[in-house]
Design a protein around this ligand. Structure first.
Ligand SMILES: NC(=O)c1ccc[n+]([C@@H]2O[C@H](COP(=O)([O-])OP(=O)(O)OC[C@H]3O[C@@H](n4cnc5c(N)ncnc54)[C@H](OP(=O)(O)O)[C@@H]3O)[C@@H](O)[C@H]2O)c1
Length: 252
């Protein structure tokens, strides 16, 4: 239940005068809530490359929020029943088709596959907002994962996706918590974001809200290392104020 819904739910238990005053507040709040949570005009299409645990969960959250989503696979037929179960605003394609489709494209593949994916999709991803949520694990991704951990994923991933407006986000939460904590009651779970492009940062912040979380902008891509694998904030659900405190950031 979001803030406007909570206000409206309380109306039932109030006397008329107080109820009308509260209703006025709810109506006044509604446009900004809608503006923050709903699809932005002209920015409604999300392409997801790698619709496994993370990609599939995000597809569900954003399709529920009203976005047009294309999930993709190297074997698109395997995704048809998932797409059908998610609703009519979810379609299926190849990774190339999803990258072309999205105003925003999410790369949700094993980190070791990112250099090849970045090369294969370089034309489609040029100038697009690209969310990279991959995490480097040497046991899965090989020696490149050690290099990425050493220099920080924001810096390493920028080399895999030249020409894209790259954003690190959604890497520091598990797919289990992503589903469980979306739109949770009380303080939302914070999603740290690192990006060098202010417009892309705003776009992804909006998608974080739409998914049912609170964006915390940590800084440019070089700061993505602050929420990489094995940092104190990695895969530990925290509110925005807890996350800011843990990272030594000042207020919003
Ligand atoms: N699982 C989590 O809780 C979690 C949390 C945060 C971040 N992450 C990170 O997010 C990324 C995805 O994790 P996941 O758990 O969602 O993985 P997953 O369930 O295994 O899904 C990964 C998807 O990537 C595609 N893929 C696999 N190898 C590929 C390749 N060589 N080239 C292109 N596509 C390939 C597969 O799609 P097709 O085979 O259908 O093409 C698969 O559906 C990883 O980097 C992971 O470290 C995971």
């Amino acid at each position: 239940m979001n803030a406007a819904h909570r206000v409206l739910a309380r109306l039932a238990g109030l006397r008329l005068g107080a109820a009308l005053a509260l209703l006025g507040a709810a109506v006044a709040a509604a446009p900004s809530l809608a503006a923050d949570h709903g699809p932005a005009p002209g920015l409604t299409r999300i392409g997801i490359v790698g619709a496994g645990r993370m990609g599939g969960t995000l597809a569900e959250l954003w399709s529920k929020a009203g976005y047009q989503v294309m999930i993709s696979s190297r074997h698109p037929d395997d995704l048809r029943s998932l797409a059908q179960s998610l609703g009519s605003n979810v379609s299926v394609g190849t990774p190339e088709e999803a990258a072309r489709f999205g105003d925003v494209v999410v790369i949700s593949v094993p980190y070791g596959a990112e250099p090849a994916v970045g090369k294969e999709l370089s034309a489609e991803l040029k100038d697009k907002v690209v969310i990279d949520l991959g995490n480097p694990y040497p046991e899965r991704d090989g020696p490149m994962a050690n290099d990425a951990r050493r220099e920080g994923t924001g810096v390493a991933s920028a080399r895999f996706f030249p020409g894209a407006r790259l954003v690190r986000a959604f890497n520091a939460i598990t797919y289990v918590d992503l589903r469980k904590d979306a739109h949770r009651a009380g303080a939302p779970v914070a999603i740290p974001i690192a990006c060098d492009d202010p417009r892309a940062t705003r776009t992804v912040s909006r998608l974080v809200l739409a998914a049912g979380f609170e964006p915390v902008v940590v800084g440019g891509l070089s700061k993505a290392r602050l929420f990489d694998v094995d940092t104190p904030v990695y895969v530990k659900p925290m509110s925005a104020s807890q996350l800011r405190a843990a990272l030594g950031l000042s207020g919003p």
